[in-house]
Design a binder for this molecule. Structure first.
Ligand code: RFL
Ligand code: PHB
Length: 396
């Protein structure tokens, strides 16, 4: 571990994709920064999360110099399937979006690549930093105090603090309640996910609606599959043997697709709750929030990581202009610019979630609306174009 500096230009709290990418872009632009991460590197790299990257995300990763392995190992996807009670609708992303695609490359791999690049550049990433606390964020001389694993109290003075510490982080909580507004929607179900070392059911992703609930077939590589099924809120992974999981997944898929399912022992199994959440504004004084610290989307549509990356595009642009050109205009517009894109992704993720899950309490009306939604999508190129445009990612 590098020695902890006493002063830096930007102190970054949180070493997930948002914090690590910000650190790398700032370092490349000659801006000094330090990353404080509560967990160990091994822990961060063991989390299985996102898998689908928008083109804007892959472009920014390449620009930051972390595109080489992604371009070698990542899988370009031109489209995906929506399965609806036996029918399969193919969404041709490339054709509908004027040539755009998405890349299947795991968040774990992105994080790995970012750590390697930060190590090579000598950017300090301090792991197991406990009780990180932003201080004096309304002043021109903010700082962050924290404790190292050995128990030593540390304090880093800085010009700005980037709160990249995820939904459960500390940064958003330090903003006075009357200076931040939050908007939230919880969904009455979660996703039970399984990672299995077997070839995927098919090359492209399948989002499936079924009377028993939603299912998603995804992948990480030609040998590694990622599957999800909608489960009840409060459900426990202990209630699901691998066999029960695969039985349920198979039931929810059309026979033509289910026939290719290769079962295997799960190497990871977890439940994620589904939530939509936005905090406004994404700045208070010299503290800037980015990524999951400021907003959450339900995973349907794969927008979470991609939104974290677009926030970093806006934030790094503002910080670099502040230091290189002594112009704070872009930094002052950060929250406004980022939120305009965030809300569109919130809308899309909410819409896709609402149309394709089973809502137990919705009654007949809700189900008929879902059926009409699917019929309309299947018969309207305009509707498919809107879906494709959002799925490949709106421009930064
Ligand atoms: P992260 O990744 O949560 O990183 C925050 C980091 O901050 C640390 N931390 C602290 N550090 C210091 N002091 C503190 N007090 C701290 N408190 C927390 C944490 O340990 C952590 O390392 O947030 P970030 O960087 O904003 O990145 C966001 C993404 O991780 C997230 O949006 C995505 O994973 C969401 N997501 C998906 N996004 C996509 O774009 N495509 C997908 O296909 C996709 N699939 C998913 C997903 C999320 C899922 N789960 C588990 C919720 C699938 C799932 C199942
Ligand atoms: C994943 O592979 O984890 C994944 C893919 C697509 C989604 C959500 C998650 O919409």
């Amino acid at each position: 571990m590098s020695e902890t500096p006493r002063r830096t230009q930007v102190a970054i709290i949180g070493g997930g994709p948002a914090g690590l990418l910000l650190a790398l872009i700032l370092n490349r632009a000659g801006v000094d920064c330090v990353v404080l991460e509560r967990r160990s590197r091994e822990y961060v790299l063991s989390r299985i999360r996102a898998g689908v990257l928008e083109q804007g995300t892959t472009d920014l990763l390449r620009l930051a110099g972390v595109g080489a392995r992604m371009d070698r190992e990542g899988l370009i996807h031109d489209g995906f399937d929506i399965a609806w009670r036996g029918e399969v609708l193919h969404i041709d992303l490339r054709e509908l979006s004027g040539g755009k695609t998405v890349m299947v490359y795991g968040q774990t791999e992105v994080t790995h690549d970012l750590y390697d690049a930060l190590d090579a550049a000598g950017v300090p990433v301090i792991h197991e930093a406990e009780d990180a606390t932003p201080e004096a964020i309304e002043s021109d001389t903010p700082s962050v105090s924290f404790r190292t694993r050995s128990g030593g109290e540390q304090r880093i003075e800085c010009d700005f603090i980037a709160g990249c510490d995820g939904y459960h982080g500390v940064c958003r909580q330090t903003i006075p309640k009357d200076r931040i507004e939050t908007f939230e929607r919880e969904y009455p179900f979660g996703w039970l996910g399984v990672l299995v070392r077997k070839p995927p059911i098919q090359e492209e992703l399948v989002y499936a609606h079924h009377a028993r609930g939603f299912a998603l077939c995804s992948l990480r590589s030609p040998q590694l599959s990622r599957y999800y099924i909608q489960c009840r809120n409060g459900d426990d992974v202990k209630n699901w043997t691998d066999e029960a999981f695969f039985d349920e997944l198979q039931t929810r898929l059309p026979d033509s697709i289910a026939a290719n399912l290769q079962r295997g022992p799960s190497i990871e199994k977890s439940i994620a709750p589904l939530r939509s959440f936005v905090a406004e504004p994404m700045r208070y004084g010299r503290l800037f929030l980015a990524g999951d610290a400021a907003h959450i989307v339900p995973p349907t549509g794969a927008k979470g990581l991609n939104l974290a990356v677009s926030d970093i595009h806006y934030l790094s642009r503002g910080l670099v202009a502040h230091y290189q050109e002594r112009d704070s205009g872009l930094l002052d517009r950060y929250s406004e610019d980022a939120l305009a894109r965030v809300w569109k992704a919130e809308r899309f993720s909410w819409w896709f979630t609402s149309m394709i899950h089973r809502f137990e309490d919705d009654g007949g009306f809700g189900q008929r609306i879902q059926e009409a939604e699917f019929d309309f999508l299947a018969s309207s190129r305009a509707a498919q174009t809107a879906l494709a445009e959002n799925y490949v990612g709106l421009p930064f």
